[in-house]
Design a protein around this ligand. Structure first.
Ligand SMILES: CC(C)(COP(=O)(O)OP(=O)(O)OC[C@H]1O[C@@H](n2cnc3c(N)ncnc32)[C@H](O)[C@@H]1OP(=O)(O)O)[C@@H](O)C(=O)NCCC(=O)NCCS
Length: 228
């Protein structure tokens, strides 16, 4: 077995997915501040935003920005700095594009797509640990009932899948909804087909939601959502 060389902040992979282009960047362990060479690989506006963050957040922020650039390159679209909302963390893509970011210990992911096709959200979950205690917070009663019918060994996977889809949905919907909504507002059907609906107050926009899943390993999942 030849093990893959892992260079911090290098692109691990980039590929076309149903809703656009998805890229992953390796993140280093630890909390060392970004080196000047790394800051120089970001757009100046991104470097300024990165320097407002500390520790892991600085590393994650930079990794997400580098991943977004790699995804845009694969799409073949002009790219600029990936900014963020004033006093918020939602990414603001260059005109005509939509972008979403998620990071975990060793990886930052970015999903980039043309905005004309809808707004996208991405979420990366799974580290091999089971956290069934969050099930009743994440799942609606009917989702819990559907989980309860499964063998014990499959339950966490189902809860994690719903969690990932709901987080990706929150990110995709945010620019349209612009207020917090909880996990119970979203309903995820996994069988017979993946179907996602969102119950928001009547004054909110009605969103058409599509979702897609990609497993990076048997325990690691990327959820991607597109709203229109
Ligand atoms: C915003 C939230 C989704 C971010 O998730 P997280 O666990 O911090 O971690 P992730 O690594 O997956 O995502 C982080 C990225 O989300 C993005 N993000 C943060 N706030 C966002 C928002 N309001 N809208 C869209 N994207 C947002 C940012 O790009 C951030 O990375 P960056 O700061 O490096 O750019 C989460 O903190 C949250 O508040 N969730 C809402 C809870 C909920 O009820 N969700 C389900 C509703 S159905």
């Amino acid at each position: 077995v030849i093990s893959e060389m892992v260079v911090p902040f290098d692109v691990a992979w980039v590929r076309r997915v149903r809703f656009g282009a998805l890229a992953a960047v390796h993140l280093p362990a630890g909390i060392a501040p970004l080196a000047p060479e790394l800051l120089a690989r970001l757009a100046p506006e991104e470097a300024t935003l990165a320097l407002e963050e500390r520790g892991r957040r600085q590393i994650e922020f930079a990794g997400g920005r580098l991943a977004a650039r790699a995804a845009a390159e694969l799409l073949g679209v002009g790219w600029g700095p990936l900014l963020k909302g004033e006093g918020e963390r939602n990414p603001i893509a260059p005109a005509g594009l939509t972008a979403s970011i998620s990071h975990k210990t060793d990886l930052a992911l970015a999903l980039v797509a043309p905005e004309a096709e809808g707004l996208v959200g991405v979420d990366l979950e799974g580290d091999g640990r089971q956290r069934l205690a969050i099930a009743s917070r994440v799942c609606r009663p009917e989702e819990l009932a559907s989980c309860a019918e499964l063998p014990d060994a499959e339950r966490w996977t189902e809860v994690m899948t719903r969690f990932a889809i709901k987080e990706a949905l929150y990110k995709a919907a945010w620019p349209r909804v612009r207020h917090f909504f909880g996990f119970q507002a979203a309903h995820v059907e996994l069988r017979p087909a993946l179907r996602v609906t969102l119950e928001l107050p009547p004054e909110d926009p009605r969103l058409e939601i599509e979702a897609d899943l990609e497993w990076l390993s048997p325990v690691r999942l990327v959820a991607m959502v597109r709203v229109r």
